[in-house]
Design a protein around this ligand. Structure first.
Ligand code: ZN
Length: 442
């Protein structure tokens, strides 16, 4: 392990970035038809609008959410600094070492204490977040059920984090300088495994799923026409209906999993509010994520980001431990208490990388929008208006601000704004004379 050459890995990383960039260049490069529609859309301020009373609420909600978002991230960093200065992680390590001699035991005790304390410290903001959703009518989830979900996700996080931290510290002890690379491999395996099993094992813990075929066969027939046009393999038994209405009022649809666990999920709230034509448009967008290999691309991006993150994280941690270790009661990088330093580093990196990740996500979402609108051509009468009306409903339903603050939007939003998506939908018609579709044959 000691033979690992940092320069070689950085070279690998650069090649990785290059591959990812080339792989996504089709996503990033707009066709002339698309570019023209984007220019036209930028001038259109009326494709998505809200009545005055909803507009007022949407502005207030945007402000509340922005404050919550940045307060949570800032507090997530500050609380760790405070805990370290007060020597709390060192005391947790002492407690874990007193309880048991077994390393597995110590790891799970330490991770439990650490998670419990940070969960309690984050509780006020989390509670306020759910309160906001209830006040604006976006959530209808009762507090008992909300707390039950919170408890379930705590236990799940404890289990997964416990195993990963055990592996991490095993690697750190064997390769204190290059653990960032050696730990990256099991992390990627865990991420792949997580994406693979979560639709089957994790999601059903929080929501109820039923085959869409049983709930709405007419809708499935409509969606199969879109599937046939796309050439993607998405048989009806991969389409699911999710009972979201017991918790939220907002609309959503998503694709998840891969291989045998790959599936499309439509929320009952969406099915209740949208027409079959609009649902075909939503479905076309989701299918686009598959057709354009967005799950694989997303994975490649996270692989590169994680490797970079672990590399910088390792440098940061060894520097912090060398400088403040004695003051914080942390003996070395392989001390359980060092986990707090690592999480601090990763939280900081996460905040910095947020706008980059969102920019990547926005480019994929835009590509899926283009794909979806082209996919329903010939199936719905007017793809432009159908798609725009879908966005109007979606936005009005979740009280999306028609003119979000550009910097906040840039930093925090993984989708283009609803207003820009609706305007693009109206402007984009590759089936007129002289224009060319991007993903389908003319
Ligand atoms: Zn999407």
């Amino acid at each position: 392990m000691r033979l690992l050459n940092v320069r070689a890995v950085l070279l690998l990383l650069a090649i990785g970035l290059l591959v990812v960039t080339i792989a996504s260049s089709r996503v990033l490069r707009a066709t002339p038809t698309e570019a023209q529609a984007l220019r036209e859309a930028a001038q259109n301020r009326t494709a998505y609008t809200l009545p005055p009373e909803k507009l007022k609420l949407a502005k207030e909600l945007f402000r509340d959410r922005t404050v919550l978002h940045f307060a949570s991230e800032g507090w997530g960093i500050l609380q760790l600094v405070l805990l370290l200065v007060l020597g709390v992680p060192a005391r947790m390590r002492d407690a874990a070492e007193r309880v048991t001699k077994s390393r597995w035991g110590q790891c799970f005790v330490f991770v439990f204490l650490f998670l419990l304390l940070t969960t309690l410290l984050n509780a006020p903001l989390r509670l306020y977040g759910h309160h906001v959703s209830l006040v604006y009518g976006l959530s209808v989830q009762r507090w008992e059920s909300w707390f039950a979900d919170w408890g379930k996700s705590f236990l799940l996080t404890w289990l997964v984090a416990g195993v990963l931290v055990m592996v991490l510290f095993w690697v750190i002890r064997r390769s204190p300088k290059h653990w960032w690379f050696w730990f990256w491999i099991p992390t990627m395996i865990a991420v792949l495994f997580g994406i693979f099993v979560s639709p089957v094992l994790v999601d059903p813990l929080f929501n109820k799923f039923e085959p869409l075929q049983q709930r709405d066969p007419a809708l499935v027939a409509q969606l199969e026409r879109v599937v046939a046009r796309s050439g993607v393999a998405m048989p009806p038994n991969r389409m699911f209906f999710m009972r979201a209405s017991s918790k939220v009022t907002s609309m959503n649809a998503y694709v998840t999993g891969f291989g045998p666990s790959k599936r499309l999920v439509l929320w009952d709230t969406t099915i209740a509010a949208a027409t079959h034509d609009e649902l075909a448009g939503v479905f076309g967008h989701e299918l686009g994520h598959y057709a354009l290999h967005h799950i694989v691309r997303g994975l490649l991006f996270s692989a590169v980001f994680l490797l970079l993150g672990f590399f910088v994280g390792q440098r940061m941690t060894s520097w912090l431990v060398a400088k403040y270790g004695a003051r914080w009661g942390i003996r070395s990088q392989s001390d359980w208490a060092c986990l707090a330093v690592l999480v601090l580093g990763l939280n900081i990196l996460n905040f910095i990388s947020e706008p980059f990740e969102n920019a990547v996500s926005r480019s994929m979402e835009h590509a899926a929008d283009v794909y979806g609108q082209e996919a329903i051509h010939g199936i719905v009468a007017d793809p432009q208006t159908t798609t725009q009306q879908g966005f109007q409903k979606l936005g009005e339903n979740s009280l999306d601000d028609p003119t979000p603050h550009p910097w906040v939007d840039f930093w925090t939003d993984g989708h283009p704004s609803t207003a820009s998506r609706a305007a693009f939908a109206l402007a984009y018609n590759p089936w007129t004379a002289g224009q060319h579709p991007k993903y389908f044959q003319p």
